[in-house]
Design a protein around this ligand. Structure first.
Ligand SMILES: NC(=O)c1ccc[n+]([C@@H]2O[C@H](COP(=O)([O-])OP(=O)(O)OC[C@H]3O[C@@H](n4cnc5c(N)ncnc54)[C@H](OP(=O)(O)O)[C@@H]3O)[C@@H](O)[C@H]2O)c1
Length: 246
């Protein structure tokens, strides 16, 4: 399951789930580039990794902008070499019903959750193909497939699209030794440390590290025969959700 010395880009790695993914991967020996729009957040993530003896770099970027995505990929190559691991994690939440959603709101959801992964995948694929190896994980959501709230239609539509992209690309990439999968977390509790004590009250808590460990698995050699999969990470938060048919 060795990820030692591989090069990863983790989008939205400045906080939340993306930060935990970056920490996990760095602890496994991955050289990690984190990006988000907030420099101090990504500097903090990279700084913690470096303090712990890992290798990380931070590149400030808006993942919905084509030129920023190109800059992150170029910067990654400059610092660590071509990326063969990609985690499309950056996300935004626009809590509006369709009726309340402006076109701008709608576009923001689509651009961050769907267009950004497309741009990163398109930019990384030539390097993965050249390496004859690549692993991509897209962070979708249980909400993409199981309606749960009245106010997140743009988000859910984009996350659903991300699952479609994942499945279609897994087919397109057959024979290239590049695997692409999606994870669908349920509602993740905000602070892993506070909840660690209650860890085994299954049915109540889903932690960031639960998501990070699943992502790490899908990036690893242990998952080398898994592509086009959509992994629900529901914990106890998903008991009332339905099986999805996509
Ligand atoms: N938390 C949950 O319960 C849950 C459940 C299911 C799925 N998810 C998914 O998991 C992922 C992470 O969620 P989270 O709760 O950890 O979110 P979070 O704490 O809000 O962190 C989101 C990260 O994405 C970055 N980001 C947002 N828009 C960006 C943009 N345009 N360009 C660059 N970076 C951007 C943010 O940084 P800046 O704002 O500084 O740019 C931040 O680092 C998201 O895709 C989310 O949809 C979360």
């Amino acid at each position: 399951m060795s990820l030692q010395n591989k090069v990863a880009i983790v989008t939205g790695g400045g906080k939340g789930i993306g930060q935990t993914i970056a920490f996990k991967l760095a602890a496994a020996g991955v050289r990690v580039v984190v990006c988000s729009r907030t420099q101090k957040d990504i500097d903090h993530t990279a700084g913690v990794i470096q303090e712990q003896g890992g290798q990380a770099a931070a590149i400030c970027a808006d993942v919905s902008k084509e030129e920023d995505v190109a800059r992150v990929i170029e910067g990654t190559i400059k610092v660590f070499g071509p990326p063969t691991l990609l985690v499309n994690n950056a996300g935004n939440y626009i809590y509006k019903s369709v009726g309340e959603c402006s076109l701008e709101d709608w576009n923001k959801s689509i651009h961050v959750a769907l267009t950004a992964p497309f741009l990163f995948i398109r930019g990384c694929l030539p390097h993965m193909k050249e390496a004859g190896y690549g692993r991509i994980v897209n962070v979708s959501s249980l909400f993409a497939v199981n309606p749960h709230t009245k106010n997140l239609s743009g988000y859910c539509a984009a996350k659903s699209g991300l699952i479609g992209l994942t499945k279609q690309l897994s087919y397109e990439l057959r024979g290239d030794h590049i695997n692409i999968n999606a994870v669908c977390p349920g509602a993740v509790n905000k602070d892993d440390d506070d909840l660690e004590k209650d860890r085994y009250k299954f049915g109540e808590h889903l932690l960031r590290r639960d998501v990070a460990e699943s992502v790490q698995f899908l990036l690893s050699d242990a998952a080398s025969q898994i592509s086009g999969a959509v992994l629900d990470i529901a914990g106890g938060t998903g008991f009332e959700t339905k099986v999805h048919a996509m």
